[in-house]
Design a protein around this ligand. Structure first.
Ligand SMILES: [Zn+2]
Ligand SMILES: [Zn+2]
Length: 419
């Protein structure tokens, strides 16, 4: 028996109904902020991610699915999408369009993580990128879009954590001071952090190992080391977010695992998965385009939602939902009625009504199936109904049965979707 590969899973109905609803609502939110969808390939040249994500990040060193293609080139299944979006923007010169470039994406990403609750090796992200401006207003709108997508999905009681990680002007000074402090205590840190002290000291700040926390708590805060320009930018972002009525918590330890992040960085967490768990991460990446070889500087900011974790949270919030049944189940009585029913079903389906047809000629059996499928209405179509040009419509919740004309039938069923 062949099974799904470890760390991957099938997402089955009725869960897929919820996934689709979340994605449709996210699209509606993106549309309302004038975002348009971009679809990039699932695999890219490996170099895109070693450069764009950072050679000494866990993603690149431990988690990528990299393979050699038949022509010898090194390809990698995308572990995230921001580098791909920026590659596409530079490749197609999308930055030359008027105004800000506002793009969103949704789809699978791949990382060989240790399997655990809510973590999959093929996982899904919904994300957005706004490219072309470093104005604080763009950061504030991005945070608002992120919160609106989660709100529209039905997530309640989430927390926004925010920080600034400075710029190439002020961050190196902070990092070298941090490194000096960390070298003195390196022996007491976890093995990953001992390595990070030399490769990427900033990342020690977001280590989750409990034994490291007392040391990390005493480390200096990057917010005390921002240059004047970064300080002003961050203050302006916070003022605009406050204006928009969005509550936030400052988190000086919030540094993201990716090297191209600059200035604003944020995360949204929710408590339903046990401990406070991150469902969304985002930040500004003004240095990314140049890291990928662009001659022009293309400032940008974006976020991505871990869709698997979001869906798990929504399911915990709502309890398990039963699969939604069709709007109508048609039970034709006899050969001729069956053909008429098929034509009627086509008309209804084109009007957006979900219709299932009986495969069994016995009415009692058909109505049992209609109930099992959780159909909303059943329609019985026999010789009498066909001669009279009307239908017997049975409400499967109340048990009422009514004679309705074709127009009334369409009106009643379409009304289910209007509301
Ligand atoms: Zn700075
Ligand atoms: Zn550690």
């Amino acid at each position: 028996m062949i099974r799904a590969v470890k760390g991957t899973r099938d997402i089955l109905p009725p869960a897929t109904d919820l996934w689709n609803r979340v994605e449709q609502q996210a699209r509606a939110v993106f549309h309302s902020y004038n975002y348009h969808e971009i679809r990039t390939p699932i695999f890219e040249e490996t170099l895109l991610f070693t450069r764009g994500v950072g050679e000494d990040t866990d993603i690149v060193t431990k988690e990528m699915y990299t393979f050699t293609d038949r022509d010898g080139s090194s390809l990698t299944l995308r572990p995230e999408c921001t580098a791909s979006v920026m590659r596409a923007v530079v490749e197609h010169r999308l930055d030359q369009q008027a105004g800000q470039l506002k793009l969103y994406y949704m789809g699978p990403m791949f990382r060989r993580e240790r399997p655990q609750k809510g973590r999959f090796r093929q996982f899904y992200q919904i994300g957005a990128e706004a490219i072309g401006s470093e104005a604080p207003a763009v950061d504030a709108e991005m945070v608002e879009v992120a919160a609106e997508v989660l709100r529209s999905a039905g997530l309640s009681d989430f927390q926004l954590l925010i920080n600034s990680v400075g710029c190439p002007e002020c961050r190196p000074k902070f990092v070298s001071g941090l490194q000096a402090r960390l070298r003195a205590v390196a022996a007491s840190l976890c093995s990953d952090c001992r390595r990070r002290v030399e490769t990427n000291p900033l990342r020690v700040l977001d280590c989750k190992v409990p034994g490291d926390q007392p040391v990390i708590d005493r480390l200096p805060s990057i917010l005390d080391c921002l240059c004047a320009a970064c300080r002003d930018h961050f203050d302006a972002v916070l003022a605009l977010i406050t204006d928009r009525g969005i509550a936030f918590e400052l988190r000086p330890r919030l540094v993201r695992g990716l090297d191209y992040y600059m200035r604003t960085t944020f995360e949204i967490t929710h408590g339903a998965l046990g401990a406070q768990n991150s469902v969304l991460g985002g930040g500004r990446y003004d240095g990314l385009a140049q890291a990928l070889g662009s001659k022009v500087r293309l400032p940008g900011i974006g976020f991505s939602i871990g869709e698997d974790r979001l869906l798990m949270t929504l399911q915990e919030q709502a309890g398990s939902a039963a699969q939604e049944g069709p709007d109508l189940f048609i039970a034709p009585l006899g050969e001729e009625a069956f053909r008429a029913a098929a034509r009627l079903a086509l008309g209804l389906r084109r009007a957006g009504v979900s219709v299932e047809m009986a495969l069994d000629a016995r009415l009692k059996r058909s109505l049992e199936v209609a109930n099992k499928l959780r159909a909303r209405y059943a329609l019985i179509l026999g010789a009498d109904e066909m001669a009279a040009g009307n239908y017997q419509l049975k409400d499967l919740i109340t048990g009422d049965q009514q004679t309705v004309s074709r127009d009334e039938l369409f009106e009643r069923l379409r009304a289910r979707h209007a509301g």
